[in-house]
Design a protein around this ligand. Structure first.
Ligand SMILES: NC(=O)c1ccc[n+]([C@@H]2O[C@H](COP(=O)([O-])OP(=O)(O)OC[C@H]3O[C@@H](n4cnc5c(N)ncnc54)[C@H](OP(=O)(O)O)[C@@H]3O)[C@@H](O)[C@H]2O)c1
Length: 303
């Protein structure tokens, strides 16, 4: 399959250049959601620990950090700023708009033009930036999956903010293939961030379509998120390879498609190191087939 993706076999999974953008990142990045307090609410139990995780990630070569101003809310972005500002050249911070956290801690949609504009300014202020590298419009649906429905109004607002210079590039999150196509008719889309991992393969066809277009696919919940991946096959493969199950789950994603960029979330330096080391794990075709069987078995149970 011919794509415009350059894979360099160096550490951290090689590199990926966002389409039509002068932004190149290592395929292994970092998701900052776990840095807020329990339930992604309030300050972390260990603020210095959170700063240490970010600094260690960047020192190890990570140059793609995923965040949102509604993590905390505001807290995660403030920790990123405290740990890393002034930001090193080449660091790409990706944020998202489309939700707010009222005082009861719930997650509510915030997708009116006013909400989206306010969200951009919250991100700029809390991250200490004049412009945001990439902003994903995060459509509501549910955490388990997207819901069909037009996102044109929201994408037009983001395109306007891009014209004003407050956003450099636009992505989408929690969207269907139809919504991706709708957004592409309005503006240039550089990435899609949806729920996908070894056990949840609903987006297989979308990933194959995006790789043909050179668009990044960034799975959220790569390790299962709030319900960590558990599978006897995964554990058996990990034992055989002398690796941790979570490392195998990340390595499988890197092997799955060259447009997949990883943003595993962790509040622990030890887990961060394990996750970065997953880029060194080579999986044979036989092992990949074995791991592919996990989702097939899940589907068989569901039907
Ligand atoms: N667009 C969206 O709607 C959306 C939704 C959710 C998340 N996201 C983004 O995606 C990123 C990744 O998702 P996520 O953080 O929710 O889930 P995840 O990466 O699938 O899993 C995170 C969980 O796994 C644990 N963990 C991490 N590394 C581990 C390791 N090596 N061994 C054992 N446990 C490990 C973490 O706990 P410890 O802290 O103890 O390591 C945490 O409980 C987020 O950080 C966020 O940036 C986006």
């Amino acid at each position: 399959m011919k794509t415009n993706i350059t894979i360099n076999e160096a550490s951290l999974g090689g590199q990926f250049t966002f389409p039509g953008a002068s932004l190149t990142v290592q395929r292994m990045g970092y998701g900052a959601m776990q840095l807020a307090g329990p339930g992604v609410w309030g300050p972390p139990r260990d603020s210095e620990g959170a700063v240490a995780v970010l600094r260690e990630a960047v020192a190890a070569g990570v140059n793609h950090i995923d965040t949102a101003d509604f993590y905390g809310p505001h807290i995660t972005n403030q920790i990123i700023r405290k740990a890393l500002h002034p930001y090193p050249a080449g660091l790409v911070i990706v944020t998202k708009l489309g939700a707010v956290r009222p005082p009861d801690g719930s997650w509510q949609p915030a997708s009116s033009p006013q909400d989206l504009i306010a969200g951009v300014h919250d991100n700029l202020r809390n991250l200490g930036l004049d412009a945001l590298d990439i902003v994903n419009y995060r459509a509501m649906g549910s955490i388990h999956g997207p819901k069909e429905g037009s996102i044109a109004e929201q994408v037009k607002v983001l395109a306007d903010l891009k014209r004003q210079g407050l956003i450099r590039h636009i992505g989408l999150s929690n969207v269907t293939a139809t919504q991706v196509a709708e957004a592409q008719a309005i503006t240039h889309i550089v990435c899609v961030q949806n729920n996908y991992n070894l056990a949840n393969r609903s987006d297989d066809a979308l990933i194959d379509d995006l790789v043909r277009q050179g668009i990044a696919y960034v799975p959220f919940f790569p390790l299962g998120g709030f319900t960590p991946l558990q599978s006897s096959t995964l554990s058996a493969v990990a034992d055989r390879l002398g690796a941790r199950p979570m490392q195998v789950a990340l390595a499988w994603l890197l092997h799955r498609s060259p447009n997949i960029l990883l943003i595993p979330g962790t509040s622990s330096v030890e887990h961060l190191r394990e996750n970065l080391a997953a880029t060194q794990l080579a999986l044979s075709p036989q092992t990949l087939a074995e791991l592919d069987g996990i989702a097939a078995a899940n589907d068989a149970v569901k039907h």
